[in-house]
Design a protein around this ligand. Structure first.
Ligand SMILES: Nc1ncnc2c1ncn2[C@@H]1O[C@H](COP(=O)(O)OP(=O)(O)OP(=O)(O)O)[C@@H](O)[C@H]1O
Ligand SMILES: [Mg+2]
Length: 523
């Protein structure tokens, strides 16, 4: 018989390659979930798009199936579900018509590099070049952020130009697109985003947490098309008709990396690395905005309520991590599923001198080179696909190491932590962390331990925490008390000889340098 008093929180996790819906009980244990992959469009080299309607459909299917599964397992979800949290791939940009609800163009995905020329032009024209907006918004000018994707659509898509002229265009990141549709769409849908997603647009002032007027003016972006910014944990609105769940409040919303940080309960000075399509390392820097001197971004960590203090973060973003594994599977065909890479890489005990740098769309942190493209070097007649597979795993870990080296320098210089080596413990999560070899390589290349929680879906968990917090199901002390979770986590300790580790890092740096200037951006 169903248990009458059960209380549940649902989390929508709309990632880059898949959507999930996970239902948690009041102790934050997952009791039912469903995941679907959706289509990636690559219309030209360096371009990546998603179909916004397909994303909506994926959310609908995941909700319905997860509810069915939980109900079939005897949980009284129908009456027990109290709130929904939402987390999403960040920066990905959608423009749609307020009157019809139809997208005006496909969503331009965060890793899409078509805006190189938009960025070059801005850098050339504006004082300070790449860093022109850094003080206000915490970000350098880069193809990565929503503002330049929006500018590209404003310049190149007739439907967008027209809708803006008629006052019929709405801009949003994926959270905004989903919330508008979930809360009624053309029938009064709410046009909102949260502080963490807004902090990735290159348009939000990091201190006022509002759209930055001078930035909007400089870029010629009309404020009317932008959503209202809310905190990460508050009742935003209720889910409208036509969804598998109706009348339930959406009470938490965070970008996926911020949600993972909350799911990992990162306090000031603590950092996490999430290994999904890309890899994203964020360190909570407390209530101060820390400006990086080593190529990292200043961004929001989270703001857990309209009146709650704002926590900021330093972030190092890596565009291609798990996506390189998918490339081995889908483009080279040397594995047939992502999980096969571990077995293949374990057939050899080194890469045999091969270094692979997956700069498919340029390199993000700490290099910020949109002219970089992928390289694979050190190949001999001896090289096998097992060596390549191992080099791909190493490339994920070396990129994380580069970011962490920069992060530790910034954090020590700004007094966020005292001593990088003695205090540092990397919390890891995300789909690729099921790979034990990957985790061991990461600990070896860092020369410090990494800790993996029993539940690696911390992105969805963070969204559930934020939603549950707003309605009193979870308390902040419980979320940040990581004692229980530490008991069930796995720690990977480094075993690699220090001298060998340094040598490998030097070879990796040489490989990275070879990726520069490979793209022809004049085209
Ligand atoms: N055993 C494995 N070893 C290495 N990589 C793996 C393994 N299993 C999955 N991956 C990679 O992990 C990624 C999927 O992780 P996850 O499900 O967290 O991503 P996502 O949520 O769809 O995307 P994102 O979080 O980046 O928006 C894929 O890129 C896949 O190639
Ligand atoms: Mg994800």
């Amino acid at each position: 018989m169903a248990k009458a008093k059960e209380v549940f929180i649902g989390a929508i996790d709309q990632g880059t390659t898949s959507t999930r819906f996970i239902i948690y009980d009041h102790q934050a244990r997952p009791i039912g979930s469903h995941q679907v992959e959706f289509t990636q469009f690559y219309p030209e080299a360096g371009w990546v798009e998603h179909e916004p309607m397909e994303i909506l459909e994926s959310v609908r299917v995941c909700m319905a199936k997860a509810l069915d599964k939980a109900t079939a397992d005897g949980h009284n979800v129908d009456s027990g579900l109290k709130a929904i949290g939402l987390t999403n791939q960040r920066e990905t940009t959608v423009l749609w018509s307020k009157s019809t609800g139809c997208p005006l163009y496909n969503a331009i995905v965060w890793m899409d590099a078509r805006t190189s020329s938009v960025c070059r032009k801005l850098e050339k024209e504006l004082p300070g070049g790449k860093t022109h907006f850094l003080d206000a918004v915490g970000l350098p000018i880069s193809t990565y952020f929503s503002a330049v994707k929006l500018l590209w659509m404003m310049e190149n898509v007739d439907a967008v130009k027209e809708a803006i002229k008629k006052g019929d265009a709405l801009f949003g990141t994926i959270d905004t697109w989903l919330i508008w549709n979930l809360t009624g769409g053309v029938n009064g849908g709410l046009h909102v985003t949260d502080v963490s997603n807004a902090s990735r647009t290159m348009l939000m002032n990091l201190k006022t947490l509002d759209w930055d007027k001078p930035t909007l003016e400089t870029l010629g972006i009309p404020a009317e098309i932008l959503p209202k910014i809310v905190s990460n944990s508050e009742i935003i609105g209720k889910i409208g008709k036509g969804w598998p769940i109706t009348g339930i409040p959406i009470s938490g919303c965070l970008g996926d990396q911020h949600a993972a940080m909350l799911g990992q309960a990162c306090k000031k000075g603590e950092a996490k690395s999430t290994y999904g399509t890309g890899a994203f390392i964020l360190m909570n820097t407390g209530e101060e905005v820390v400006k990086s001197k080593h190529g990292l971004l200043s961004t929001l960590a989270f703001k857990l309520g309209p009146k709650a203090p704002t926590n900021y973060a330093l972030e190092g973003s890596i565009a291609i991590a798990g996506a390189a594994v998918q490339w081995l599977r889908d483009s080279l065909g040397i594995i047939s599923s992502a999980s096969e890479i571990e077995e293949l890489a374990l057939q050899v005990n080194s890469t045999g001198g091969v270094y692979f740098v997956p700069a498919f769309n340029g390199l993000f942190a700490p290099w910020w080179r949109d002219d970089a493209r992928g390289v694979c070097i050190g190949i001999t007649r001896f090289t096998s696909k097992a060596h390549i597979a191992r080099a791909v795993l190493e490339s994920m870990c070396f990129q994380v190491k580069d970011v962490l080296d920069s992060m530790q320098k910034d954090a020590v210089e700004k007094g966020v932590i005292k001593d990088a080596k003695s205090e540092f413990l990397l919390r890891v999560d995300g789909g690729a962390t099921v790979n034990n070899l990957l985790m061991q390589i990461q600990a070896d290349l860092l020369g410090s331990p990494v800790i993996r929680p029993a539940d690696i879906e911390t992105t969805a968990l963070g969204a559930a925490f934020a939603a549950g917090l707003a309605i009193g199901v979870f308390k902040e002390e419980e979320i940040f008390d990581s004692g229980e979770r530490t008991k069930t986590s796995t720690t990977f300790k480094p075993v690699l000889n220090e001298e060998f580790r340094k040598k490998k890092a030097e070879s990796w740096c040489r490989a990275v340098e070879r990726t520069f200037n490979l793209a022809d951006l004049s085209l």
